[in-house]
Design a protein around this ligand. Structure first.
Ligand SMILES: [Zn+2]
Length: 406
């Protein structure tokens, strides 16, 4: 008989004593992040970003990724429903490879087998095939570069034009070069911008690659477990498999959205700080539904931009390119051996140049007159763009003149 359970009004307690230090850390981190917003207010990860500089970038990148995941799902459904069965002569399983010729061989091999005859290895091969076809490494790397270049330079646009509206920002996003090479050619950016561009591009590429790996791994786990039940003589309901796959794809969609929001925010924040002269004052903006307690606390704080190579930088009052929370924590305590100890100030989250944590939507407002770094080529490019497209930002009453560095 089921017991009445324990009342929660006196608190809910976990005993983490039996876990390892690493596992305890993971639980504490997740709990610290989950305790977001007062009144149970949850962030809406699908809401458009509050900053006009990055809003359309996030939506474009997000929708392209979801389309790729949709294609994998649609094709997996078709194979499971035997819609891709062609028949004909079967042949021995080809070795999986990502080249068009190798993928073509895999397709021919699988098309000859009816779905009910697929073995576990065939399902695994199908998933490798679908991910390689719709989420190929090369295309994901191109997506990541597209996103990093535009995000970093939209940060630079913000340093040059305060209060740019959505129409103007969309026009600039559309006109940006696609690759780091083309951007370096067009804008002749500083070494600082080049470095942050290389970092953001690599970081974004790593994240999208990890998502492709996770897609492969998670789909295989679900399908293999279902197949194992079948092989053992059970008749697991197809609806249960469909429902688990539906949830898995929903998780993967959210993961892609997380990359879009977090990576764009991080690259644009760093791009902005890299494009402001040392001494410029910036105010942190964390104004969105469901901001976590830490981000609510830092909203409105003012920081001074300093060079990253300045000695004795102040983590509480200064911000610099590459100032990051990687390796720091939002949880007040950590487990050391069998004790829970307070973290030192150096171990705690601070206000970074980019995003505080995944899904963070923090941005900057540049105070007083923007003081962009000297970059005549970029200012000229922006001036020409606005001069030759006056109609595209007519409705953009707040668009200001481009600040031409002195
Ligand atoms: Zn936060």
């Amino acid at each position: 008989m089921q017991s009445d359970g324990l009342p929660l009004n006196k608190g809910l307690y976990f005993n983490l004593g039996g876990l390892s230090c690493d596992c305890t850390e993971e639980v504490i981190e997740v709990m610290a992040k989950a305790l977001s917003g007062e009144n149970g207010e949850k962030p809406d990860i699908w809401a458009q970003h509050e900053s006009p500089y990055v809003k359309s970038l996030i939506e474009l990148f997000s929708s392209r990724g979801l389309l790729r995941l949709d294609k994998v799902k649609e094709q997996l459904d078709a194979w499971m429903a035997n819609k891709n069965f062609v028949g004909g002569k079967t042949f021995s399983k080809p070795r999986f490879g990502p080249t068009p010729h190798e993928l073509n061989l895999v397709e021919l091999y699988l098309e000859a087998i009816p779905a009910e005859k697929f073995g576990i290895d065939d399902w695994a091969l199908l998933i490798d095939y679908l991910v390689a076809k719709y989420m190929p490494d090369g295309s994901l790397a191109t997506e990541a570069e597209w996103l990093a270049v535009r995000s970093v330079f939209m940060g630079k646009v913000q340093a040059n034009i305060a209060n740019l509206g959505a129409a103007g920002a969309d026009m600039v996003v559309a006109a940006m070069p696609n690759t780091t090479g083309a951007a370096e050619e067009a804008f002749k950016p500083s070494d600082l911008i080049k470095n942050i561009l290389a970092y953001e591009r690599a970081r974004c590429a790593d994240n999208v690659q990890a998502l492709a790996d996770s897609t492969r791994h998670r789909l295989k786990t679900v399908i293999m477990a279902h197949e194992q039940q079948r092989m053992l003589g059970a008749t697991p309901p197809k609806e249960a498999l469909q429902s688990t796959l539906f949830d898995t794809f929903a998780d993967l969609n959210r993961d892609w959205r997380r990359i879009a929001v977090t990576e764009v925010g991080d690259a644009a924040g760093n791009g902005l700080i890299a494009s402001l002269k040392a001494g410029t004052k910036v105010r942190r903006v964390e104004q969105y539904k469901g901001a976590c307690p830490f981000c609510k606390k830092i909203h409105g704080m003012v920081f001074t931009v300093v060079d990253p190579d300045k000695k004795d930088k102040d983590w509480d009052t200064e911000v610099w390119v590459g100032k990051t929370n990687i390796g720091r924590s939002g949880a007040a305590r950590k487990r050391v051996g069998d004790r829970l100890v307070e973290r030192t100030d150096e171990e705690m989250w601070k206000v970074p140049a980019g995003t505080v944590h995944p899904h963070c939507r923090g941005t900057w407002h540049v105070l007083d007159d923007a003081k962009p770094t000297d970059d005549p080529d970029f200012a000229k490019w922006l001036n020409n763009l606005f001069a030759s497209n006056p109609h595209k930002h007519d409705d953009d009453a707040a668009a200001k003149k481009v600040v031409t560095p002195s």
